[in-house]
Design a binder for this molecule. Structure first.
Ligand SMILES: Cc1ncc(COP(=O)(O)O)c(C=O)c1O
Length: 294
């Protein structure tokens, strides 16, 4: 595997980072996770825009428009067509004379840029939703969930708590409102007033969650999805609960807190959204201008 470190492609064994890097010492950095199919990066513009927001919030000096080119080079170097790509941008390492414990960096710092790519299934294989189980966990994380911060300790602790309860993932709840899972956004299928199903995803205004790129694609292309606050007490009525993300694509939550969700199997909405997502991404890949091509 070749990884990218500060402008150079090296083997994992050759990649070395200073232990005083503020990413390591403070978790002082932001990241992006992208997906490539058939050698092209999906939804690159959305990832660039989100990275720009994260970098600006953290005041890290890096030009996000370089992301597409970085991905291209990493895919080519690793001979990968279908992959998950991870990019991390830390504030960097204090230089000689710069304090190593100063919360505010004194003077300019060169960001550390690290990226790797992992092989993932082809787009066609994503038509079938994955499955998982989840536990509700109190959201004890910070209140800036839109920033894609590398400090994922809260997510790690919640996932471990869920695991201890016998579930594979955690769904965060704060003040009675459903947020997101530890690496995905949440969609809930609820029966409507007239017996029809409604697909609902938590709106970003009331909960501190990430504006997921996959969530955004589904909202833009599937007009039927409603954004509104979702109360945890509504979840027992859900016929389906779905998780979506760049790495996961679509997964059905079969059990929540040990109880089956709906029939406890992949439901019709999960199948439909998984197909639609594959179509959305497939259509983008057919439009070379919209994607970064190898
Ligand atoms: C906490 C959290 N929520 C949601 C998502 C889904 O976002 P995306 O669809 O951009 O991968 C992620 C992805 O890493 C995440 O970490």
């Amino acid at each position: 595997m070749l990884v990218h470190l500060n402008g150079v492609l090296v083997t994992r064994a050759e990649a070395r980072i200073d232990p005083f890097d503020r990413g390591f010492v403070f978790g002082d950095g932001v990241y992006e996770g992208l997906r490539a199919f058939r050698g092209q990066v999906r939804a690159i513009d959305r990832h660039v825009n989100r990275l720009r927001e994260s970098l600006q919030s953290a005041r890290i000096d890096f030009d996000p428009s370089l992301l597409g080119r970085l991905c291209e080079d990493l895919l080519r170097a690793n001979k990968l067509d279908n992959a998950f790509l991870y990019w991390q941008f830390t504030r960097g390492t204090p230089g000689v004379g710069q304090p190593v414990r100063g919360r505010v960096p004194e003077g300019p710092m060169v960001p550390t840029i690290f990226g790797y790519a992992l092989e993932r299934p082809s787009l066609e294989k994503c038509s079938e939703p994955g499955t998982t189980t989840a536990a509700l966990v109190e959201d004890f994380r910070w209140h800036r969930g839109r920033v894609k911060a590398i400090s994922l300790l809260g997510n790690v602790m919640a996932a471990m708590e869920a695991r201890e309860q016998g579930a594979e993932d955690a769904i965060f709840v704060r003040d009675g409102l459903v947020g997101e899972a530890t690496a995905t956004n949440v969609f809930v299928v609820l029966p409507g007033d007239r017996g029809e199903s409604q697909i609902i995803t938590p709106s970003l205004d009331r909960v501190s969650i990430l504006a997921g790129v996959t969530r955004g694609l589904l909202l833009e292309h599937c007009g039927e999805i409603v954004e509104r606050p979702v109360h945890a007490e509504e979840l027992p009525n859900a016929t389906e609960i779905l998780l979506c993300g760049t790495n996961t694509m679509i997964a059905s939550v079969l059990r929540l807190d040990g109880r089956p969700v709906g029939r406890g199997e992949i439901g019709p909405v999960a199948r439909r959204l998984a197909h639609q997502l594959v179509e959305i991404v497939g259509a983008e890949l057919e439009t070379p201008a919209a994607a970064v091509s190898r």
